[in-house]
Design a protein around this ligand. Structure first.
Ligand code: CDP
Ligand code: CDP
Length: 216
């Protein structure tokens, strides 16, 4: 049985991996999975019950009952959900529960797509270590905070740049230093520093790399 190609896109907060992954997937007719939304969904469910994301027993139980529908929750992009997501994401049981969903998506992308693009923190290192293409998207914390701040303002969310930068550094630090599946570039990943690139330029560079590797 022939396996379909997988593109793994990892990177820190607001590096532009989601924007890039979504556009790339649409262009080459691959299915797209934003794996951060799984951790955000678990966090959102925990906050809804008034529980503490640091409570590992509760977090494990909530993650165990996770279903695809949970990705449609309306508060997933809230900063407080993002922070809580990075807390539950350090929980080994939570990661174990969500792993199968991600691997199944990569192995059998929905709707007859020709392959799958997954973005997150550990796609190239843990979820899909055999991915055909691995990209690691980076940019300075200041540039990323500026991007996230603009997104929040555009959405009508009151927010202060300095606070966004502080939250982003905190989340990056937690994601990089956790024991299980920390954020890092896989050894065979191509790193793309987008500090001086707009979203169109980043897409162009990624697209040409993908076309070359998959001979599209
Ligand atoms: O998924 P991730 O948190 O890495 O980032 P995102 O949700 O894709 O958001 C990145 C934001 O920065 C979006 O508003 C993009 O328009 C913008 N941006 C980008 O994605 N890529 C660049 N090279 C420059 C800006
Ligand atoms: O879009 P943004 O970069 O703000 O965050 P996200 O990709 O939605 O991920 C939210 C949180 O989920 C991250 O801070 C990570 O702690 C966690 N996450 C993870 O641990 N592994 C993944 N594959 C994806 C997200």
């Amino acid at each position: 049985e022939k396996t379909l190609p997988v593109i793994a896109i990892d990177g820190p907060v607001a590096s532009g991996k989601g924007t890039l992954a979504r556009r790339l997937a649409a262009t080459i007719n691959f299915a797209y999975l934003d794996t951060g939304s799984l951790y955000r969904a678990v966090a959102s469910l925990i906050l809804e019950r008034g529980s503490d994301p640091n409570d590992s027993v509760v977090a494990a139980k909530v993650a165990d009952s996770f279903t695809a529908d949970d990705i449609n929750r309306s508060d997933l992009r809230d900063e407080k959900v993002g922070q809580a997501a990075s807390i539950v994401a350090a929980n080994q049981e939570v990661r174990k529960s969500l792993l199968e969903f991600q691997r199944n998506f990569a192995k059998a992308p929905p709707n007859n797509h020709l392959g799958a693009v997954l973005d997150g923190r550990d796609i190239g290192t843990v979820v899909c270590p055999d991915a055909e293409i691995k990209l690691f998207i980076s940019a300075t914390p200041e540039v990323r905070a500026k991007r996230r701040h603009k997104e929040l303002l555009d959405r009508g969310d009151e927010s202060i740049y300095a606070r966004v930068l502080e939250d982003l550094r905190e989340r990056d630090e937690r994601d990089r230093n956790r024991a299980t599946a920390p954020l890092r570039a896989a050894e065979d990943a191509v790193t793309l520093d987008t500090s001086d690139m707009d979203a169109d330029k980043a897409f162009e560079v990624a697209k040409s790399l993908v076309s070359e590797r998959l001979s599209l």
